[in-house]
Design a binder for this molecule. Structure first.
Ligand code: AKG
Ligand code: FE2
Length: 431
């Protein structure tokens, strides 16, 4: 059944899905919905498989760009450009456009910021170069991944099925036989954490961050069966998922130069005075904003690569583990499109839905936006643009194209420390 059928109320697929939907919701009490916060209600709306969500209230800035018409027409999902947004004037760039939306001060949208070639480069980097040792992925918690990286192992198996390998669970055989499962691999868990700040840094640094226990129920698994379960790979400073804090004792992973350049390029293309104008900046705290030096102060040092399959979602959350709250977060979308929701400081604020397509960059800056609840309730199936699909003249791309057909990659890049902040060598002895 294709997604197209589900948009046609006369099709057999639509009628069948409707029957299933009515059966499954027959006993649901209407009062359940009354308890949902506006953010939760929006998540539910966009998550729904039936009826397919209405995207007419979703901001889709690609509609303003004629060069993206084929990309939009190839997929069945389309938002609207008839919503509240403002274009920023950019000084040094001819074909890049930047937009803000008045509802979320500090949010800057750069649709189509990345060229087709750059998108491919970052897809290759995410899968082949980055999602492997020494960078942590969700799968490392439970499996001993091959040294060459899961992607390379799968690529060999794809060329020659005899080369397929089994990936072994990390828990020892005796543990596997005796213990019960504590944790399943995969989606990110919601944990309430203390917002990081320069004055509680020592406390956070010293708080215990026990390693996650490997699952004792996972079985040896074929590398190619494990690949769709890849959910995230860490960038830069190591993030500890159990406490939702960075584990500075592990040192700092390297930030890829190409990625850092893309992020700096996105931050520097924006005229920040225009974003904030004469607005009140008292909420920024001591460290910002310093308009004149903003571009020099921005230095990405951490992040995450998110890998979403079409049924995956990311629940409403706030990224507040970074000591530096004023430095912007730069978010890059690749592959299938998604509905991104961004609201305010609580879930009670109605979020703005934005359609993010491959090559779009989002900058979350300033106290209101940087600490705003946001999430991804929907990956829009069958929206892989043609330039990321298989190319006759580029056989090396075929494996990437196959994986990307059902995938969205988001590279979410942050700055943990404000410029000039000294990371103490032995924080437990005091500063
Ligand atoms: O996938 C996205 O667009 C957002 C990801 C995100 O919010 C995060 O990684 O914290
Ligand atoms: Fe986030």
């Amino acid at each position: 059944m294709s997604a197209i059928d589900l948009h046609d109320p006369t099709s057999a697929a639509y009628k069948k899905a409707k029957r299933q939907y009515l059966n499954s919701t027959r006993n649901r009490k209407n009062t359940v919905e009354l308890d949902w916060s506006p953010f939760r209600a929006a998540e539910k709306r966009f998550k729904a498989r039936f009826p397919p969500p209405d995207l007419s209230g979703v901001l889709d800035l690609a509609l303003l760009d004629d060069t993206r018409t084929p990309e939009i027409q190839a997929g069945i999902w389309k938002g609207s450009s008839d919503l509240d947004f403002r274009e920023l004037r950019l000084e040094n760039s001819s074909n890049i456009k930047a937009y803000t939306t008045p509802r979320i001060p500090g949010l800057v949208l750069l649709p189509g910021f990345l060229s087709h070639e750059k998108q491919k480069e970052l897809v290759r980097w995410s899968l082949a170069d980055h999602a492997r040792h020494p960078n942590e992925t969700n799968l490392d918690i439970h499996y001993t991944l091959p040294d060459e990286g899961l992607w390379t192992a799968c690529e060999r198996a794809r060329r020659d099925p005899c080369e397929e390998i089994w990936v072994q669970p990390r828990a020892s055989t005796s543990e596997l036989q005796t213990a019960a499962a504590k944790e399943a691999p995969g989606p990110r868990q919601l944990v309430n954490n203390t917002p990081a700040a320069p004055d509680n840094f020592i406390e956070l640094y010293n708080s215990p961050k026990p390693p996650s226990s490997p699952s004792t129920t996972v079985q040896p698994t074929l590398a190619t069966a494990l690949l769709p379960k890849l959910r995230w790979a860490n960038i830069g400073w190591y993030y500890h998922w159990g406490t939702k804090q960075y584990d500075f004792t592990k040192g700092k992973g390297k930030i890829d130069d190409v990625l850092a350049d893309v992020c700096r390029g996105a931050v520097n293309v924006v005229n920040w005075n225009q974003v904030y104008g004469q607005s009140d900046t008292s909420d920024w705290g001591e460290s910002g904003p310093e308009w004149k030096t903003w571009d020099k102060d921005y230095e990405p040092d951490a992040g995450i690569v998110n890998f979403y399959q079409t049924k995956d979602t990311l629940m409403a959350h706030v990224d507040r583990s970074e000591v530096c709250a004023t430095s912007p977060l730069v978010s890059i979308s690749l592959g299938n499109a998604a509905v991104f929701l961004i609201g305010g400081l609580t879930r009670d604020i109605e979020p703005v839905p934005i359609l993010l397509r491959s090559g779009d960059v989002v900058i979350m800056s300033g106290p209101e936006c940087r600490r705003a609840f946001h999430g991804v309730p929907r990956i829009l199936e069958n929206t892989l643009p043609d330039h990321l699909a298989a190319q006759l003249d580029e056989p090396q791309w075929a494996h990437f194209a196959e994986y990307m057909a059902t995938t969205r990659i988001n590279i979410n890049v942050r700055q943990v420390f404000p410029k000039g902040f000294e990371v103490p060598v032995k924080p437990d002895t005091g500063l």
